[in-house]
Design a protein around this ligand. Structure first.
Ligand code: SAH
Length: 227
């Protein structure tokens, strides 16, 4: 049997395609309505981004462990946050917490100019390899994303895919006027998804959405690594 990228066979590829269609159907049932986003999620092979022992669960609508005790977010969570961002082609989008790279790839396929930052080198390098293999031009950075990426600001939107204790002002500063920040805020055990829309330089609107569970954002505007 011919092996495709990451040792996935043709037969497995067809099976994954069917599973992807079922996943998208279930995302619709859960309330995701953005057709372009659903089309992208139906295209992008999530199996490339999960750890090999979990490949058969790539299309379960659950978060899965990746290396370094981190997780690839649940597909529903990815869809939910992406809808809140209202990405338009050519938007400049900053993702904080590259992890597996799956969320960044979704943003890229929606036509965004993606900047993604990760604090763990091994995860960033792994994601970079996948982007290269797929031909995705995604700007990858190693560092503490809790302070944003001021060198490339302002952004049309910023998505934080790790749990923050409070809203980092520095991220709001790095948004364009009209820009959107989507960030889970709360304790380490659970968080409320917050959507912040920047109306003017000193006036923003905060909308609290549903509850989720993320790994912690570690850094200057996040949690300490030790506790
Ligand atoms: N978006 C990811 C989800 C990754 S989980 C995906 O699609 O798979 C959250 C990631 O945030 C982890 O990889 C973690 O290492 C990273 N992270 C935590 N604090 C960070 C910080 N201050 N800056 C950058 N990345 C951070």
């Amino acid at each position: 049997m011919v092996k495709l990228n990451q040792g996935i066979t043709f037969k497995e590829q067809n099976l994954f395609r069917e599973k992807r269609q079922l996943l998208v159907k279930s995302l619709r049932n859960k309330g995701i309505t953005d057709e372009e986003l659903l089309a992208v999620m139906e295209e992008l092979p999530r199996e490339l981004f999960v750890d090999p022992p979990f490949i058969n669960r790539a299309y379960d609508d659950t978060a899965l462990p990746i290396k370094c005790m981190q997780t690839i977010s649940q597909p529903y969570t990815v869809a939910y946050m992406t809808e809140l961002l209202c990405v338009k082609p050519s938007h400049k989008v900053l993702e904080i917490g590259t992890g597996s790279g799956y969320q960044a790839a979704i943003l890229y396929l929606l036509g965004a100019k993606v900047y993604t930052i990760e604090r763990i080198p091994e995860l960033l390098n792994n994601a970079k390899d996948i982007f290269e293999q797929m031909g995705f031009k995604i700007n990858c950075f190693l560092g503490d994303g809790s302070i944003g990426l001021s060198k490339f600001a302002p952004f049309d939107s910023i998505i934080v895919t790790a749990a923050a204790p409070s809203i980092p002002n520095r991220l709001i500063e790095q948004l364009k006027i009209g820009g959107r920040l989507v960030i889970p805020i709360g304790s380490k055990s659970y968080q409320t998804m917050n959507l912040i829309i920047k109306h003017t330089d000193n006036n923003y609107q905060l909308i609290e959405k549903d509850t989720f569970k993320f790994v912690p954002l570690i850094g200057d505007n996040g949690w300490n690594a030790e506790n």
